[in-house]
Write a protein that binds this ligand. Structure first.
Ligand code: ZN
Length: 411
């Protein structure tokens, strides 16, 4: 992605400010780098990445890039292991975040007339309060529920006639199922669902949309970079628009750190160049996505990333080629015959890595030719020779939750 002149200018100013600040995180990190000498996007791209572990080492307030008097709030990433990360916010950061969040709602056609039921958690985590501030800035009526208590959740949804549900995909599914089970669909006024972006199956998506009778929108963000609200899908459901006047996105090969061409899937790296409390430069998100090329039919000038394909931790390397679940799914979609269910087995036999791709198909009588086409397509697309195995529909294990697709038996 070509960096805009305005982005470069703001990033350069930020770099100078951060490295001039005595004892700051980036003064230490970029010690010995000629920041004043950064004259182009290419120079910027030579700066080292920022990693989550470094943020942890800064616990609790090592990332703070302004005087403490300017900090009005902190949030913390919900790290499952070890030390959490604390992100300090200035008043301006909070306002900027709410502004971006308002854009997200508007991108989904949500406006002042909507009643927004917010089920993500409030507190140290950025989710609930982000949805809340965005809704208030928009001028909609927020119904701040937080997670859990399904009875109360459904009662409020009916009594308040909520028109928008903000939830994780799993909680949206749970609510959809409860609504169906209780036969209260008639009393539900939902029109739209705003779902935190994660890799979730097409089947689950269709089920939630159908049960709730809503159109679903993906929202993206992470606590380290404001929180949810830095990218949002529009009604055309072709990726998520991101706010490039606040964040700069790069896509890299997670193994080598090389920047990948637009359209290629890799790890998302974010620079939050307007943040004050804790700006991050080239922060590795470990989320897999790609920059989408071309214009969106909605006409928005904001660029797009694809819905997330997975996490770099789900990625495996076979014969020097990176493989991740979403990529396999995408390739199977391109070939006639396979359904969306698949499983990958990677084994090491006689000194060689062997990737066996099991996929379901309705057309078992054409098994041989479908297998041939899948093998040929994968070879063309990613240069890897695989062993294709077509199986009848229903043969592979499935679950509504995250299904493990890749089994690496090499180690
Ligand atoms: Zn669009």
């Amino acid at each position: 992605m070509q960096m805009k002149e305005s982005q470069f200018r703001e990033i350069k100013e930020l770099l100078l400010r951060l490295t001039a600040r005595e004892g700051s995180f980036y003064q230490k990190k970029f010690a010995g780098i000629d920041i004043a000498g950064i004259k182009s996007q290419e120079d910027f791209e030579r700066l080292p990445f920022t990693n989550k572990d470094e943020l942890r080492e800064g616990y609790p307030l090592g990332l703070m890039a302004v005087d403490e008097q300017e900090i009005v709030r902190i949030h913390s990433s919900s790290g499952t292991t070890g030390t959490p990360i604390i992100i300090p916010y200035t008043r301006q950061d909070i306002e900027d975040w709410a502004l971006m969040f308002e854009r997200c709602y508007r991108m989904a056609g949500i406006d002042e007339s909507d009643r927004i039921q917010i089920t993500p958690g409030y507190g140290l985590w950025t989710a609930g309060i982000g949805f809340q501030n965005g809704a208030e800035r928009l001028g909609a009526m927020a119904v701040p529920m937080g997670p859990g208590n399904t009875d109360k959740q459904l009662k409020m949804m009916m009594d308040m006639k909520s028109t928008v549900l903000c939830a994780t995909s799993s909680y949206a599914l749970l609510l959809a199922e409860e609504i169906a089970k209780r036969g209260i669909g008639e009393k539900i006024c939902l029109k739209k669902g705003v779902i935190g972006s994660e890799r979730w199956g097409e089947r689950m998506r269709r089920r939630i949309a159908a049960e709730l009778g809503v159109q679903l929108y993906d929202i993206y963000g992470l606590t380290e970079i404001y929180g949810p609200g830095i990218a949002m899908s529009c009604e055309h459901e072709c990726g998520m628009h991101y706010w490039d006047d606040y964040v700069y996105f790069e896509i890299i090969d997670p193994a080598t750190g090389q920047i990948l061409p637009d359209g290629t899937v890799g790890e998302l790296v974010v620079t939050a160049f307007r943040k004050q409390g804790a700006p991050l430069i080239r922060y590795r998100t470990h989320d897999l996505t790609r920059i989408m090329t071309g214009e969106c039919p909605c006409g928005s000038p904001y660029p797009r990333i694809d819905t997330l394909t997975g996490r770099t931790d789900d990625m495996v390397k076979v014969k020097g080629v990176n493989i991740y679940p979403g990529q396999i799914e995408d390739m199977l979609k391109e070939v006639e015959g396979p359904s969306s269910e698949y499983q990958v087995m990677i084994d090491h036999l006689n000194g060689k890595d062997i990737l066996t791709l099991f996929f379901e198909t309705e057309y078992m009588d054409e098994k041989k030719s479908i297998e041939h086409n899948v093998k040929k397509y994968v070879k063309e697309r990613i240069g890897l020779t695989i062993v294709p195995k077509a199986v009848p529909i229903g043969d592979l294990p499935r679950s509504e939750k995250k299904t493990k697709r890749i089994f690496d038996n090499r180690y």
